[in-house]
Write a protein that binds this ligand. Structure first.
Ligand code: SF4
Length: 264
């Protein structure tokens, strides 16, 4: 647990855009409330899960470390050949832009490492997106679906993946009857033939070479509902279990926020 010494320590972590999405008039007001203990840092929807976790676990030092990592990744993007990257990640290079889609929405990185997007999802997935651009190996999709546990390195983290990913999605699907319709509509998802004895199977595409299939089974008499997330088995090679964990849990956090805002 972080022990915050002053308001500035909190303020430093925030976006400083005064966007008011947290309900406070300014980032400084929000920082003050966090320092007093009346708000939680995670209530700023502009912070990535990585930033929230870094703040909670190690305060300023961990946040600084994460910021340094982000800056390093952005610098590596600047040095990237966009033509090579576009071919590798399933994107398109045009002028000084590397374009691709995140959850069906247009997204682009400029040569100076900044982004062109109106995606609200971005703060939640920026770290995995940068990893994807820099490190995706460009393996073609195999068409064969595997659970997180079956990916190389996934077994060790599967319990946490269930708790922060699958279980949260299951509760959303249980509580909001139009959940899947809204997700399909908003994020250009596709309902597919049911897999793994599910009542509904939906494929979303968080990144061009990373389709994710969500299989949901409704509660029946005497049996609780269930929800599982599956990946194409090239995902382990293309991104690796740790980055997939950040990507999926980031999207799940975003869906939770949307559920609260839109009441679905
Ligand atoms: S939501 Fe975050 S970035 Fe926006 S005003 Fe609140 S603290 Fe600042």
């Amino acid at each position: 647990m972080s022990t915050v010494k002053n308001v500035m320590e909190v303020f430093k972590v925030l976006e400083k855009s005064n966007c008011r999405l947290c309900g406070e008039k300014t980032c400084m007001a929000f920082a003050g409330a966090v320092f007093k203990g009346t708000r939680r840092i995670a209530e700023c929807p502009r912070l990535s899960p990585e930033m929230v976790a870094a703040f909670a676990s190690g305060g300023e030092e961990s946040v600084d470390e994460l910021q340094r990592e982000l800056e390093k990744m952005k610098a590596a993007v600047v040095a990237l050949s966009f033509d090579e990257a576009a071919a590798r990640i399933g994107g398109e290079a045009s002028g000084d832009l590397l374009r691709f889609k995140i959850l069906g929405k247009p997204f682009a990185i400029r040569k100076d490492g900044t982004f062109v997007t109106d995606l609200h999802v971005l703060p939640w997935v920026i770290v995995p997106v940068l990893h994807y651009v820099l490190n995706c190996r460009g393996q073609a999709l195999s068409g064969s679906w595997v659970s997180y546990r079956e990916l190389p390195g996934g077994k060790e983290k599967y319990a946490l993946f269930q708790r922060r990913g699958e279980e949260v999605l299951r509760q959303l699907a249980d509580n909001y009857p139009d959940f899947f319709d809204d997700v399909l509509h908003m994020f250009d998802g596709k309902e597919v033939e049911q897999h793994f004895q599910a009542d509904i199977s939906v494929v979303l595409r968080p990144l061009p070479l990373l389709p994710v299939m969500i299989c949901y089974r409704k509660a029946e008499e005497g049996m609780a509902s269930s929800l599982n997330v599956f990946f194409d088995d090239s995902a382990g090679d293309n991104l690796g279990a740790d980055v997939l964990f950040s990507l999926v849990t980031g999207i799940v956090r975003m869906l939770e926020k949307l559920a609260v805002h839109h009441g679905f």
